[in-house]
Ligand binder design. Structure first.
Ligand code: LCS
Length: 390
């Protein structure tokens, strides 16, 4: 099956009891045992079956199977948020007294988690430029448990070579974990390129409708049992209803992503040719530093663009305050075009100094291009730019 078919059919079968094509929503906390011995056998793992939704739920499990299938991994767990997925994945591979290596530019919430939460459980993070093999290798020591990258990265759209990172990680016998939120498995499948685990904020393209918060972790079999345990014990689980909404959203992943990519490239080209724009960041623009690698590892450029308006922070602010169709809001991957200022919003965990070091300039504006009519999006940006000029 090709991926366009997999997103519709993959891991999903008509309900064996009723024939319902759409999977039933098992909105329940608990499952009744046949008798006391049955309950005891389920808890001991001597018999398969459902016990309690934190341990497993048919709707959630269906989504987990589908995600493992789409990403080409062996096992998946679904979480209440991308941050929950990230934390449980880190704890299922690293442990107290060890360290992890992360690229220095990642989602601000992930950066905050690495800096503030992982040290509480005794895990340190070394932030490096993972596109520099020497810098990356030099950071690996005997206590390093994994390498973590986001590609394309939030919000600078930095591209990291997944294959190369996996080679370096495996040379040192450690796994590579990739946050695939910006691409989705439709555009990029890190496990096929050598990664050992993939995480997602399913809040974004997987859900696709801006109506839920969720996370996914897909791993190879060696990390499956540890991830399963962390998920059960930490309890950052998704609700069955949100899992059901993601199953619904996934059916249109391919057509939505096609439209996001088509619109984003047109907006990126429009911005690049506009005299009031200083610089545009989009992986499928030839001017992007990661263009060659992006073309190799991604099927298309994705829906997110970064840009700097001439006049820096103040001009960018005016633009964000002048848009009418685009919504001034964080998050991304919604049908609606969303605009925001990373340095003061999604990436406020980075200090001003840190922002500069990772290439996040004060005037950098992030646009998550939606699936509206392209002319309407561009007209809105044009009218906002005219307001700055005036
Ligand atoms: N990974 C990436 C790449 C993200 O962009 C986000 C959220 C997360 C993980 C965390 O996922 P969550 O817990 O929110 O589901 N990114 C956001 C953003 O750029 N704006 O708002 C949230």
């Amino acid at each position: 099956m090709k991926i366009e078919t997999k997103v519709v059919h993959g891991g999903q079968h008509p309900d064996p009891v009723t024939g319902s094509l759409i999977p039933p929503l098992y909105q329940t906390s608990t499952f009744a045992f046949k008798d006391a011995d049955h309950g005891a056998r389920l808890f001991k793992g001597e018999e398969k079956g459902y016990i309690y939704t934190r341990f497993g739920n048919p709707t959630v499990n269906l989504l987990a199977e589908k995600m493992a299938h789409l990403e080409g991994g062996d096992y998946a767990e679904i979480f209440a948020s991308g941050c929950g997925a990230l934390f449980c994945t880190m704890l299922s591979i690293a442990k107290s007294g060890s360290n992890i290596i992360s690229d220095k530019i990642i989602y601000g919430g992930s950066y905050g988690q690495f800096k503030q939460e992982l040290p509480i459980v005794g895990i340190d993070t070394k932030f490096v430029d993972t596109t520099n093999p020497k810098e990356l290798e030099a950071a690996i020591d005997k206590n390093t448990k994994l390498i973590f990258i986001e590609t394309p990265a939030n919000p600078t759209l930095k591209i990291v070579d997944i294959k190369k990172c996996a080679e370096i990680a495996h040379k040192h016998k450690i796994p590579l974990v990739v946050d695939n939120t910006f691409a989705s498995p439709y555009l990029q499948r890190p496990i096929e390129l050598g990664a050992d685990a993939v995480i997602h904020s399913a809040t974004k393209y997987l859900g696709g409708h801006g109506d839920l918060i969720a996370g996914v972790s897909v791993v190879k079999k060696e990390f499956a049992e540890s991830l399963r345990k962390r998920s059960r014990n930490i309890g950052a689980n998704i609700s069955p209803f949100n899992a059901w909404l993601i199953l619904r959203g996934l059916k249109t992943l391919a057509v939505r992503m096609d439209r996001h990519c088509e619109n984003a490239l047109k907006v990126a080209e429009f911005l690049e040719s506009h005299p009031m724009i200083e610089k545009v960041y989009y992986p499928f623009l030839k001017s992007h530093t990661g263009y060659e690698i992006a073309r190799k590892q991604m099927n298309n450029g994705g829906g997110v663009i970064g840009f700097e308006v001439k006049g820096g922070r103040e001009a960018g602010k005016m633009l964000m305050n002048s848009v009418k169709l685009c919504i001034l809001a964080v998050s991304l991957g919604d049908p609606d075009t969303l605009i925001q200022h990373p340095a003061s919003m999604t990436h406020s965990a980075y200090s001003e100094e840190e922002c500069i070091k990772v290439g996040l300039t004060p005037g950098f504006v992030r646009l998550s291009v939606g699936i509206e009519n392209i002319e309407d999006i561009i007209d809105d940006l044009k009218q906002a730019m005219n307001k700055i000029k005036a």
